[in-house]
Design a protein around this ligand. Structure first.
Ligand SMILES: *Cc1c(COP(=O)(O)O)cnc(C)c1O
Length: 379
């Protein structure tokens, strides 16, 4: 599809077709070339557009085209994991840079910052990004990157991408949005001024708990893009062809799945909110949620992630998780199965995460079965 055609099509249609151009065989499912290397001319020039799998390969190129189209970016880059996408981007920053992180963040990045950023001569700090004034105060002359995540993990705080982009740009910094939870089906941060988005494609984009991957989508194919690409090529943090194929397959059903996750999650959230044993529910789709109006403005729906606090403290929360039969106690998120995790038991302890908090990834089961399972576990 040409760019002009793309601009006329709706998201659902793009998700089904982006990166799916037929090759000479007419195959409907895209071909998967596992070849690590490609024939070149005696003088080393690529004859068919490719040279070596770590640099570029046909299925990776299709997935990157599709992700760029779905996010409304100029270009995308796929990685071995979401963590690899983040690390590769951070390595591209000039030494001496400062990074401002959201104070509620995927715990792997929380762990990465103190261990690796000092080695790369990068400083960082954290701020509650629901408070835009606090963000304004926290940016420094050397801030190169404002790193947001929305809704945040595991507290489900909704961030205002428009305001964060404004503050970041005023400070001469770029805004990265880790958009793993909403996916482009529900939020398109580049359309609200973000410079790039990060995804763990391991989650909703893959969608079936069977593939690991990551992605960065860039609003512009600029100097930053080239630097990140150079690091990915050299250090090899790239996605494998088979994993790229699985993620591309996941994109075909993404809008439909996100609708179904959201539909289930609001039912579960509404049930939990009224339950006497539940202290508090964090779900952006509840009117009681502090981020509801921003979510309503910037997101197409509220997604499948929520967390809730159980009355009675840490052990009471673990007991609820242990009594569930349909929900599975497991990490990660975004698959067909509903998952639950006692947050502080599995994530790096942080003062801001209550020890009675359970994080839930709502799957694609029937919502009544999910509600009944929670009902018996809370009884
Ligand atoms: C899982 C996750 C990541 C890391 O992705 P991996 O594919 O596990 O490396 C980053 N951000 C968010 C919000 C995540 O949920």
């Amino acid at each position: 599809m040409s760019e002009a055609q793309n601009s006329l099509l709706k998201f659902e249609t793009l998700a089904v077709h982006a990166g799916g151009e037929r090759d000479e065989t007419g195959a409907i499912a895209p071909p998967l070339h596992l070849s690590t290397n490609f024939e070149h001319s005696p003088a080393g020039q690529p004859l068919h557009g490719f040279l070596y799998v770590r640099i570029d390969n046909p299925i990776q190129r299709r997935l990157e085209e599709a992700l760029a189209v779905l996010e409304g970016g100029e270009s995308a880059m796929v990685f071995a994991s979401g963590a690899a996408a983040g690390a590769t981007y951070l390595q591209s920053l000039p030494p001496g840079s400062h990074v401002l992180f959201s104070d509620d963040l995927f715990y792997g990045f929380r762990a990465m910052a103190p261990e690796f950023l000092p080695r790369w001569n990068i400083t960082w700090s954290e701020v509650d990004m629901t408070n835009v004034n606090a963000v304004q105060q926290a940016v420094k002359p050397e801030t190169r990157l404002v790193w947001a995540e929305t809704p945040t993990n595991p507290l489900m705080k909704v961030l205002d991408v428009v305001q964060l982009a404004r503050v970041a740009h005023q400070a001469g910094a770029q805004l990265l949005v880790d958009s793993t939870f909403p996916t482009p089906a529900l939020l398109q941060p580049l359309n609200f001024g973000a410079d790039l988005t990060l995804h763990s494609t391991t989650k909703y984009l893959g969608g079936h708990s069977d593939v690991q991957g990551g992605a960065l989508v860039f609003a512009r194919k600029d100097e930053t893009f080239s630097r990140v690409l150079q690091i990915r090529k050299t250090l090899g943090s790239v996605a494998s062809p088979f994993n790229s194929w699985l993620v591309l397959r996941g994109l075909r059903t993404l809008p439909t799945r996100m609708q179904a996750h959201s539909k289930n999650a609001i039912v579960v959230a509404a049930f939990l909110e009224l339950h006497p044993k539940v202290e508090q529910v964090a779900y952006p789709g509840l009117v009681s949620n502090a981020g509801y109006s921003i979510a309503k403005e910037q997101m197409r729906d509220f997604g499948g992630m929520l967390s809730f606090r159980v009355k009675g403290g840490k052990q009471a929360a673990i007991d609820v998780a242990s009594r569930l039969r349909v929900f599975i106690n497991a990490g990660s998120l975004g698959g067909s199965e509903s998952l639950i995790q006692h947050a502080v038991s599995v994530m790096h302890p942080s003062g801001s995460i209550p020890d009675d908090l359970l994080r839930v990834s709502i799957g694609l089961e029937h919502p009544e079965d999910l509600v009944n399972d929670l009902k018996q576990a809370l009884a």
